[in-house]
Ligand binder design. Structure first.
Ligand SMILES: [Zn+2]
Length: 140
């Protein structure tokens, strides 16, 4: 049993450092204090077969305003944790299944990913009352 735990920990460390190039670039741009929590979260997801495809991380106030202008449900500049590098937008793939922003909440919940996020102290955008945003994970 101790050997199994050791192999799992080695797998976890490997997963933490083995993100796709695009996801690695986005995670590397997050705030240091947040990126390690995200790396552990993504490694736990990988351990259950869900591969992360990050689409957005830290962004400038101008970029945030552009998103707000495109869809007013997105916060304006000054109102998003993306602006201080403490939020990640990420799709997940397992085999033929990909979890996207348009994927129903029940499917996301059944994946176990929101539970893993809560274990890591992350807030899940799938629970936002005003704007269903299941690809969004952040921390205060
Ligand atoms: Zn987001």
């Amino acid at each position: 049993m101790p050997l199994l735990i050791l192999f799992f920990l080695l797998y976890l460390v490997e997963s933490i450092t083995n993100l796709s190039p695009r996801t690695e670039a986005i995670v590397s741009g997050l705030a240091d204090s947040f990126s390690w929590r995200i790396r552990i979260f993504l490694a736990l997801c990988a351990a259950t077969g869900w591969i992360a495809n990050a689409t957005s991380g830290a962004r400038s106030a101008a970029a945030q305003n552009r998103l707000h202008e495109a869809d007013s449900r997105n916060p304006a500049a000054g109102g998003s944790s993306h602006e201080w590098g403490r939020a990640l937008d990420v799709n997940f793939t397992k085999g033929a299944v990909t979890l996207l922003k348009s994927t129903p909440k029940a499917v996301w919940v059944a994946s176990g990913i929101p539970f893993l996020a809560s274990l890591c102290g992350l807030r899940w955008g799938g629970n936002f009352s005003n704007y269903y945003d299941p690809i969004h994970f952040d921390a205060d």
